[in-house]
Design a protein around this ligand. Structure first.
Ligand SMILES: [Zn+2]
Length: 273
């Protein structure tokens, strides 16, 4: 019994050492790399209290009952047009987390950028938390809940207007058109400019960090094929196929890994003076 315990301790010790070794390699890679792309999914925001749609405890789990309309149907363009009232009820309950705060991962990415690292955040999330943390170079593949436009005249509305339950369906005060969140729904395509910018960032990067995504959402996941750089690092709680090609694969929470990234050495700006 005691022997088994020791073996367990030994394994844990080895895992811990391996983790420390990987953290140190990650820091070296970030230090050497000139252009970094951080490609993030839902797992980046879970620590901020925003549920992951596809995780075992996520949003989809509530909808295993076939009598209930599944989220991927509610969040489709057709459903938005045909049942706007039900769409907005669901949207307000399950998609808007306006009081959520940036977590350790968002903050570290913003710190790296502020310290002079050329880092582009490509996110599948629509929660605006990277910008809240202070990141400037953010490409939102699926849009943002903070931008909303009238489908009739294009007038901009802020998120509080859309969140207001007083109006079951938010309508434009100018033309009466329905206001649509600038979030890419099922059946809709990504914005042309975002695609172009993301491909360019991928092609130019020498380091790619893929975090908090199981890469099941296409076309978002297809962007990774444009990366031709030197280092790939994957951070995800569960395994996925992409990690076989990665230099390092962490199976930890994104925040647990990112809180260990140094920003002290990011003195690129000072060095060039
Ligand atoms: Zn309008």
């Amino acid at each position: 019994m005691e022997k088994a315990m020791n073996k367990n301790d030994e394994m844990m010790q080895r895992e811990k050492e391996e983790f420390e070794h990987d953290i140190s390699r990650l820091n070296d890679m970030i230090k050497i790399s000139k252009k970094i792309v951080f490609f993030g999914g839902a797992g980046v925001s879970t620590e901020s209290g925003i549920p992951d749609f596809r995780s075992p405890n996520g949003l989809y789990r509530d909808y295993l009952d076939p009598r209930v309309v599944p989220p991927e149907v509610i969040l489709s363009h057709t459903y938005f047009e045909e049942h706007p009232k039900e769409f907005f009820k669901f949207y307000r309950e399950k998609m808007l987390y306006l009081t959520a705060s940036p977590n350790r991962a968002h903050k570290k990415l913003a710190e790296l950028e502020a310290a002079g690292k050329d880092i582009t955040v490509v996110t599948q999330n629509v929660d605006g938390l990277h910008q809240k943390a202070g990141s400037k170079k953010v490409l939102e593949l699926h849009g943002s809940v903070y931008r909303n436009y009238c489908t009739g005249c294009g007038q901009f509305y802020n998120v509080n207007f859309v969140a207001n339950k007083k109006y079951p369906v938010p309508e434009c005060s100018i033309c009466g058109g329905i206001i649509k969140p600038d979030v890419v729904l099922y059946e809709e395509s990504l914005r042309e400019q975002t695609i172009v910018d993301t491909v360019k960032a991928m092609e130019e990067a020498d380091m790619l960090i893929v975090a908090g995504t199981s890469l099941t959402v296409y076309p978002a996941a297809g962007f990774l094929n444009y990366f031709r750089g030197r280092y790939t690092v994957v951070v995800n709680l569960s395994r996925h196929e992409r990690e076989d090609r990665a230099d390092i694969a962490f199976h930890q929470r994104v925040g647990d890994v990112f809180s260990r990234i140094d920003t002290d050495y990011c003195t690129d700006k000072k060095d060039t003076i």
